[in-house]
Design a protein around this ligand. Structure first.
Ligand SMILES: [Zn+2]
Ligand SMILES: [Zn+2]
Length: 420
């Protein structure tokens, strides 16, 4: 629970209703409004006063006598007299979650809001504040005073929604985001949880009741410790692209953002979390540079299109001189690459132009050689080497004039920033 108490500096009072406002007040005088709803007709006039104080001043100036009791108010039906009840409900709804910043909202009977707008037109006010805005503000102030948390629209931990017709407060807990880079040292791991195709995650004979195609994933190995530390309900994993399941991810690792859904704890000891991930991942995955992130970092990571470097092991009988000649032809040349059949289920079938930015031969033995290749984002390296049955033109196999097969593939570097 939050503990800071924000000090409020009182605003100077400025409130000089013009004659037109007094005429509005006379027309509204017999509507049976409570002080809050009467004052709200002038809510955007002057400042430094609450709406009931505005009502009191105007009624005093016109000799109108006190406002009616809130419970009989035809507009709010006494909602503004029950603010403390709503604060209680909000605090109870948020129990069990760590929160420091919050936003208040409210759901109203739409008929009531329409009645309010009709009233504004009938009495001719140009200063009306909506019941919804006023309630959200007043609830926010009281929740701040009660809990020490700070209210406002910016990056809340919680959204507290007072559902007036239903009589309860709904809590939306915003996710916690962490970013970092991962290395994947295991050729059997998908990046994210992969639901079983047959049962779609419910569990069936084919997946042994796990609901998954692969027993675990980078997402799960990284997420498990974070879920345990935060009491989150689950994770979403956003990688800057993804490598094939059987490719390792080496070098500085791949940038990612992990989203922890409905966390109970938001203050995370990152060093302890990093150590816990290392224990869970047990050398299959390594994470560096874990730090707090935001939803904007998810967008940045998803939209980045960095070049990538690969090490490719190739099976094929090609003389070294021929490999080097073909590499010099391949670099910087446009490659027309039609979507490989193996990814056609998630990417549209079209021809994309890509380039190999740099390439060199690392080693060659009898019937095998290893290349290091730097490519533009979105290049399918395995298909570029093998040719994908003519779907990649020209392929490296076409340039050497011999059929080639990729034996292994490792991602060496994601060039989202320069290697230091
Ligand atoms: Zn009222
Ligand atoms: Zn299944």
């Amino acid at each position: 629970m939050p503990s800071r108490v924000a000090a409020r500096v009182p605003e100077p009072v400025v409130f000089e209703p013009p004659d037109t406002a007094l005429a509005v007040a006379r027309r509204a005088a017999d509507r049976g409004l409570c002080a809050e709803c009467f004052g709200r007709l002038f809510g955007r006039l002057g400042h430094g006063l609450s709406n009931p104080e505005r009502a009191e001043r105007i009624r005093g100036a016109l000799g109108l006598g006190p406002s009616l009791p809130a419970a009989e108010c035809p507009l709010c039906g006494g909602t503004f007299a029950r603010l403390d009840v709503w604060v209680d409900r909000a605090v109870r709804a948020a129990e069990g979650f760590e929160w420091h910043r919050f936003t208040c909202g409210s759901r109203w009977d739409p008929e009531l809001l329409a009645r309010e707008e009709a009233l504004w037109a009938e009495v001719g006010t140009e200063w009306g504040e909506s019941a919804r805005a006023a309630l959200n503000r007043e609830l926010g102030k009281r929740i701040e005073a009660r809990t020490g948390a700070s209210g406002g629209p910016e990056s809340p931990d919680l959204v507290l929604l007072a559902d007036l017709p239903v009589g309860r407060v709904e809590t939306t807990v915003l996710p916690v985001y962490l970013e970092g880079r991962y290395r994947k040292l295991d050729r059997t791991l998908p990046q994210t949880r992969w639901p079983c195709r047959r049962c779609r995650g419910r569990g069936c004979e084919r997946c042994g009741g796990t609901g998954k195609t692969y027993p675990t994933s980078v997402e799960e190995l990284v997420g498990e410790a974070l879920v345990a530390a935060t009491g989150a309900e689950g994770t979403r994993f956003h990688g800057m692209g993804r490598e094939d399941i059987d490719a390792r991810m080496l070098g500085r690792g791949r940038p990612f953002v992990i989203e922890l859904r409905r966390p109970r704890v938001r203050s995370i000891d990152l060093a302890a979390a990093g150590a816990a991930i290392a224990r869970t991942a047990a050398g299959r995955v390594e994470v560096d540079g874990l730090k707090p992130a935001t939803a904007l970092d998810v967008v940045r990571v998803k939209e980045a299109n960095p070049e990538k470097s690969y090490r490719v092991g190739v099976i094929g009988e090609v003389p070294v001189a021929k490999v080097n000649e073909a590499l010099s032809l391949a670099v910087a040349r446009a490659i027309a690459q039609r979507t490989p059949t193996r990814v056609a289920h998630r990417r549209s079938d079209r021809v994309r132009t890509r380039r190999v930015v740099a390439a060199h031969l690392v080693e060659a033995t009898e019937g095998r050689f290893t290349l290091e290749v730097r490519t533009e984002a979105g290049t399918y390296v395995k298909e570029w080497v093998e040719g994908d049955g003519g779907r990649t033109e020209p392929s490296f196999a076409a340039l050497v004039g011999v059929p080639l097969k990729v034996e292994f593939l490792d991602v060496l570097e994601i060039h989202d920033s320069e290697v230091t």
